[in-house]
Every structure is written in C-alpha cells, then in structure tokens.
Write a protein of this length. Structure first.
Lengths: 95, 153
C-alpha cells in the first residue's frame, strides 16, 4: 500500500467518521472504503455517459467484464445506448 | 459479437436462442475475455459460453490476432477481413468507434426485434425475452425496442 498525505474538508471528514462509527471500522479503513465506492461510482457514471467502454471500465476496476456488468447493474447502470443509436442500427438493419 | 453483448445475452438466458437463429462469430480475444478470464474466477457465464463454442454454436475466429490486440480493435479487424453483416454490441463508446469506421452494428435488443420481424418468434416471446434482457440494457434501448415490438401488428 502507498502512503498519501492529504487535506480533507470538514464535511468529508464527518462522512469518514460516520461510516467508521456505523460500520465499526478504523478511520483509515473508512477512507479506503469510501474512496473505492467513490471510484466505482465515478467509473459507472463515465460508462453510463459513454465516456468509457465496458472493457475500459473493467480494467479500471480490476474486474472481469461479467463482474463489471453485475456491479454496474447494482449501481443502477444497465447500459448506455441511446435512442439515436438504436434507431441508426434499426435503419441499417432494415435497409 | 462483442463481449458485452455475449455476456448480457448469457446472463439473461437468451444466448442459446439467439445463437440458434443467427450465425455468430466471436474474436479469439473475446473468447479469452469471457471464457478464459471468467473461468479463472469461476464465473458461470464462462462455462456456458465455452459449452457453446465446443458445440460449434458459437464460432471463434482471429486466433492469429496479435497478443496486444484489444477486443475493440480485434472486432474491427475481423469484421473488415470477413463477410459479416454487423457487429453486435451494447456499448455506446464502441458504437461511436464503429460508426467512424463505417461498420454496421446491432444491439442485443434489436437482435430480438429482428427475430420477431422475420416471424421466427411471436410477439409475446419477443416481449418476454426483452423483459429478461431489461436488467442489462439501457432504458432508452428497452423503451425503443418495446415500442417497435408493440407497433408492428
């Protein structure tokens, strides 16, 4: 593990303490847990916006593609195709 | 077919049906991502896909792809070398890549609609399959396919 020294705003510090208290964790464990969850959320949102492929998301999260689909699904991200993509594909298919 | 589409169809329990009706090929790198990596972690979808490959329901191609070639690039290379109709994917960023390369694509939801359009499956079956897939596709895709299915008499 790497050691980092960072300044934490008061509200974030409160959040860290809250999770530590609620889950009976050390503050450092709470920070790690929240950072991991935050990164998963960030990656899921990036995928949802079409900024990442599933492959790239899986690589960032160090998961298999199947595990990434499950994680995204748990976070409410079921896919990222838009209506225009479906319509374009539909028109190609019909022609 | 790309990994995301293959895994989503497998998780939804629709892969066998879709593979019976379409001639589906996956690049060797997709097989590696889904089967080899998945099996090392004991994922059930990996075993199912492997069985389909063994039974020749799914064909694997592009074994000669360079080891550093990623799935995205392998799909494009193989599409350009072979005689395929489209790449099946459910990934918006990949779709942009395919669009810029002039490669037609099809989403998993449209694979279901296409079977209904060709009178291979009934509307009720298509709607049922779409429901099974709904956990894994975007709301936009789900609503659009449902609309298309309900619109056609």
């Amino acid at each position: 593990m790497k050691v980092r020294s960072i300044r934490i705003p008061e509200d974030i510090d409160k959040a860290i303490e809250y999770v530590a208290r609620l889950e009976k964790l050390e503050k450092t464990q709470s920070i790690r847990k929240l950072t991991k969850l935050g990164f998963e959320f960030y990656t899921a949102k990036s995928y949802e916006k079409g900024k990442l492929t599933l492959r790239e998301a899986a690589e960032l999260l160090n998961l298999t593609l199947s595990e990434t689909i499950d994680l995204l699904s748990e976070m409410g991200v079921r896919g990222n195709i838009r209506v225009k993509d479906v319509m374009e594909s539909f028109e190609t298919m019909s022609s | 077919m790309d990994s995301d589409c293959l895994i989503k169809l497998t998780k939804a329990g629709l892969k066998e049906y879709i593979c019976q009706e379409y001639e589906i090929t996956i690049p060797a790198v997709v097989k590696k991502e889904v089967v080899d990596v998945g099996k090392s972690k004991g994922l059930p979808d990996a075993e199912l896909v492997e069985k389909n490959i063994q039974k020749d329901i799914l064909r694997v191609t592009g074994k000669e792809s360079l080891p550093h070639t990623k799935g995205d690039q392998a799909l494009i290379e193989i599409f350009k070398r072979g005689r395929y109709d489209a790449i099946a994917t459910d990934d918006a960023k990949l779709i942009r890549l395919f669009r810029s390369a002039g490669i037609p694509f099809i989403s998993p939801g449209l694979l279901i609609y296409s079977l209904y359009q060709k009178n291979i499956i009934r509307k009720i079956t298509a709607l049922n399959w779409l429901e099974k897939l709904s956990t894994f596709i975007s709301e936009d895709e789900y609503n659009m396919i449902k609309f298309l299915l309900e619109k056609k008499p």
